[in-house]
Ligand binder design. Structure first.
Ligand SMILES: NC(=O)c1ccc[n+]([C@@H]2O[C@H](COP(=O)([O-])OP(=O)(O)OC[C@H]3O[C@@H](n4cnc5c(N)ncnc54)[C@H](O)[C@@H]3O)[C@@H](O)[C@H]2O)c1
Length: 254
C-alpha cells in the first residue's frame, strides 16, 4: 500500500460514476474501502468487480439516521477509518416554476445535509480515537456557475463549499483536514448516456463552454482525491480545487 494513505476510507456514492472511480483507485493503492450507496445491487456488482477489500454498506443517505448507522457499522467492521469521500449526489434539472418542494428537499438532503451528518458521525469517532483524518467532498462547478434548472443543485453545491471551509476550521484541532474537489462536466456512464440520447444538444452546448474543449473523465480527478486524503497533503485544508477543464474561468470565446 501507498503508506501515506489512510488504511481505510469510506466512499459514499461508490456504486457508480465518480465515487466508483475513486473507490477503484483507492483499492488499487492498497486502501480498504467501505462503500456506501442507496443502490444495493450496484454495491454488490462493485464488490464482484473490485474484490473483497471493498465492503458494501447499503442505505439511503437522505434519511438522517443512516449516516450514523452506516458509519458505525463500517467503523465496527473495518475501522478505524481515517478517510472519507463524500461523492453521493443527485443533479436533476427542473425549471424554477416546476420545482416541487420534495425535489428541493431531496437535493439539499443528499448533497448537503448527508455530508454534514457523515462528517459529524465519522469525525466524532476520529477525534475520540485520536487518529486524525482527511475528508474530501465532491463539489461542483455549479457552486459558482449559475444556470437555469438547477436552483436546488447550485445552492446545495455552494453550501457544500462553505460547509467544507467551516468543517476545516472546526476539525483542524483534531488533526482532521477537510477539502473539496469541484468537478466540471465529467463523462460518467450516466452523463454520457444522457449526452448520446435526449441530452445531445445540451451536452454539446456545455462542452462548447469548456476551454479544454471536452468533458473530463472520472479517472482525471481520482489522483487529486487520493493526494488530498494522503499525508502528502498534510498542510492543505479548506481548499476547493476545481477539476473542470477551465469551465469556471469565464467565457472561452466570442
Ligand atoms: N458527473 C458530473 O459531470 C459531475 C460534475 C460535477 C459534480 N458532480 C458530483 O459528483 C458526484 C457524483 O456524481 P456522478 O456523476 O458520479 O453521479 P452518479 O449518479 O453516477 O453517482 C452517484 C451515486 O450516488 C448514489 N446515490 C444517489 N442517491 C443516493 C442516496 N439517497 N443515498 C445514497 N446514495 C445515493 C447513486 O446510487 C450513485 O451510485 C455528485 O455529488 C455530483 O454532484 C458530478
Amino acid at each position: 500500500m501507498s503508506s501515506d494513505l489512510p488504511d481505510t476510507v469510506i466512499v459514499t456514492g461508490a456504486a457508480s460514476g465518480i465515487g466508483h472511480a475513486i473507490a477503484r483507485h483507492l483499492l488499487a493503492q492498497g486502501v480498504t474501502v467501505a462503500g456506501i450507496d442507496i443502490d444495493a445491487d450496484g454495491l454488490s456488482e462493485t464488490r464482484e468487480a473490485l474484490g473483497d477489500r471493498f465492503h458494501p454498506f447499503a442505505g439511503d443517505l437522505c434519511d438522517p439516521e443512516i449516516p450514523e448507522r452506516l458509519v458505525g457499522a463500517a467503523w465496527d467492521a473495518v475501522g478505524p477509518v481515517a478517510g472519507l469521500v463524500n461523492a453521493a449526489g443527485i443533479y436533476p434539472v427542473t425549471p424554477l416554476f416546476d420545482m416541487a418542494v420534495a425535489e428541493w428537499d431531496a437535493v439539499l438532503n443528499l448533497n448537503l445535509r448527508a455530508p454534514f451528518l457523515m462528517v459529524q458521525a465519522l469525525g466524532r469517532r476520529m477525534a475520540a480515537a485520536g487518529i486524525g483524518g482527511a475528508v474530501v467532498n465532491i463539489g461542483s462547478s455549479a457552486s459558482t456557475l449559475a444556470r437555469p434548472g438547477i436552483a436546488h443543485y447550485g445552492s446545495s453545491k455552494a453550501g457544500f463549499s462553505q460547509l467544507t471551509r467551516n468543517l476545516a476550521i472546526e476539525l483542524a484541532p483534531h488533526g482532521i483536514r477537510v477539502n473539496a474537489v469541484a468537478p466540471g462536466l465529467i463523462g460518467t456512464d450516466r452523463v454520457m448516456e444522457h449526452a448520446q440520447g435526449v441530452g445531445r444538444a445540451e451536452h454539446a452546448a456545455k462542452v462548447a463552454r469548456i476551454p479544454l474543449g471536452r468533458e473530463g473523465r472520472p479517472e482525471e480527478l481520482v489522483d487529486l482525491v487520493a493526494y488530498l486524503l494522503s499525508e502528502r497533503a498534510s498542510y492543505v485544508t479548506g481548499s476547493i480545487l476545481f477539476v473542470d477543464g477551465g469551465l469556471t474561468l469565464g467565457i472561452p470565446s466570442y
